[in-house]
Design a protein around this ligand. Structure first.
Ligand code: PGA
Ligand code: ZN
Length: 429
């Protein structure tokens, strides 16, 4: 049968930051192949599947020879002769083979590349695009609403500002293609404004402008002006979203704001952010407090959760169990879904379903270390996730993903690509 695995091969390829990463390639019995590349994060949550690196001198200790040996050895032996249409079973076998709670032995990078390659191989075996294979049986297929970085900060830009991502969401766009058009105009307007102000310091890790702002608020003001300069009404056409990535500058309820040169407690940070929500057209705010500050996240969600998406990234690490626990606590109302945090496709889907069961929104997301791999777009469309976050609107590892959405829209016969109904978002209610 053509869905049986003949061989699995791991090879070292290079990511968007010039670092080694794992590519897994599956050859089916009939000779057809499918492959996937592991992404990598910089501001990682502590409960993520472990990104296994070799240490030592080469490439700053980031080589992946150990993870590749796992793919070419134990994993290849486990999967030979198995059926790629049985994703759940194969993922469970991979998790059992690893045997650790965080995929530290074989490596989360080895597992996620292999698991995604299995999904791609299943699509190839059925001669279907991946999104169609994953969405089998669904007929209300839509494109996810893009959440796009305009300014990069935090760990992605030398901590120039504390906030990691200053993003926009084209909340008023009529379809996916228009959301990208509006994003392109705002991205360009932001670049022009910064050049005029003499503040442009380059491009951050995910392609956003790397600004030399005097404060977090200055970045928000510039973003607002960029939306206006591009000809859109802030809040109505194009809204702001933020990833505070507070785990990077907070622990034990204390937060160190490098830009503003002061330390504040959990309530102080929440108060500052609630002030921003009152003054700027912000519709989503990710990791507003650190991963060890569940109580702070609960309080923040009580205060703001009816108006905006309070997005959990580090706090849940794409774990179904953690999402259910967070929902029970009332901490956050939206899940960021990153396949390499979970480690396998089935666990990623379980996390997404846990979010849906809890009445949460979900945003499928790429990482800061990316590649030409566009799997996340297919996961978002196939699984019916309403939003997609893959960094900025520049550099091919990002554009490959936005562009893939345009192809899927066309294949769906939807022209520019239908977006989820506006009422399904907090800002549309
Ligand atoms: P990372 O950042 O990929 O560097 O972890 C992305 C995010 O925090 O959402
Ligand atoms: Zn994040």
């Amino acid at each position: 049968m053509s869905s049986l695995i003949k061989s699995v091969r791991g090879r070292r390829v290079w990511d968007s930051r010039g670092r080694p990463t794992v590519e897994a390639e599956i050859t089916l019995a009939d000779g057809r192949t499918a492959r996937a590349i592991a992404p990598a994060g910089a501001s990682t949550g502590s409960a993520e599947a472990i990104d296994r690196r070799d240490g030592g001198a080469a490439f700053g200790g980031l080589d992946v020879q150990g993870a590749l040996q796992a793919v070419n050895g134990e994993i290849a032996a486990l999967l030979a002769g198995r059926d790629v249409l049985r994703q759940d079973e194969l993922d469970a076998a991979l998790v059992a083979l690893d045997g650790t709670p965080n995929k530290a032995r074989l490596g989360g990078n080895a597992l996620v590349a292999t698991s995604l390659a299995i999904a791609h191989a299943a699509a190839v075996a059925q001669r279907l695009p991946l999104w169609r294979h994953l969405g089998a049986g669904r007929n209300d297929v839509f494109l996810p609403l893009p959440e796009v970085q305009i300014f990069g900060g935090g760990a992605h830009a030398g901590r120039r500002v504390d906030v990691q991502d200053f993003m926009i969401i084209a909340v008023g766009a009529t379809d996916y293609a228009q959301a990208l058009e509006w994003t392109a105009e705002v991205y360009r307007a932001a670049g022009r404004l910064m050049t005029e102000a003499g503040l442009l310091a380059g491009v951050a890790d995910e392609g956003g402008w790397w600004p030399a702002f005097a404060s977090n608020e200055a970045a928000l003001d510039f973003l607002l002006r960029a939306i206006e300069r591009a000809g859109y009404t802030p809040g109505q056409d194009v809204a702001i979203s933020l990833d505070i990535a507070a785990t990077d500058f907070g622990r034990g309820g204390r937060y160190r704001l490098a830009r503003d040169a002061r330390e504040i407690d959990s309530d102080g940070l929440a108060e500052m952010l609630l002030g921003w929500l009152a003054r700027y057209p912000i519709v989503a705010i990710e990791d507003p407090l650190a991963e060890d500050d569940g109580e702070g996240l609960r309080k923040f969600t009580t205060a703001a959760g009816s108006r905006v998406e309070v997005v959990a990234d580090d706090f849940i690490c794409t774990s179904a169990t953690r999402i259910s626990a967070a929902a029970a606590l009332g901490a956050c109302n939206t899940a960021l879904i990153k396949p390499n945090q979970a480690g396998t496709v089935s666990e990623t889907l379980a996390a997404l379903r846990a979010a849906q069961d809890a009445g949460w929104q979900s945003i499928v997301s790429a990482r800061s270390g990316e590649s030409e791999d566009v799997s996340v777009v297919h996961l978002a469309v196939g699984w019916g996730a309403k939003q997609l976050k893959v960094g900025s609107f520049a550099r091919s590892e990002r554009m490959a993903k936005w562009n893939e959405g345009l192809r899927i829209a066309e294949a769906l016969g939807q022209g520019g690509g239908d977006l989820p109904p506006r009422e399904s978002f907090p800002w549309g209610r």
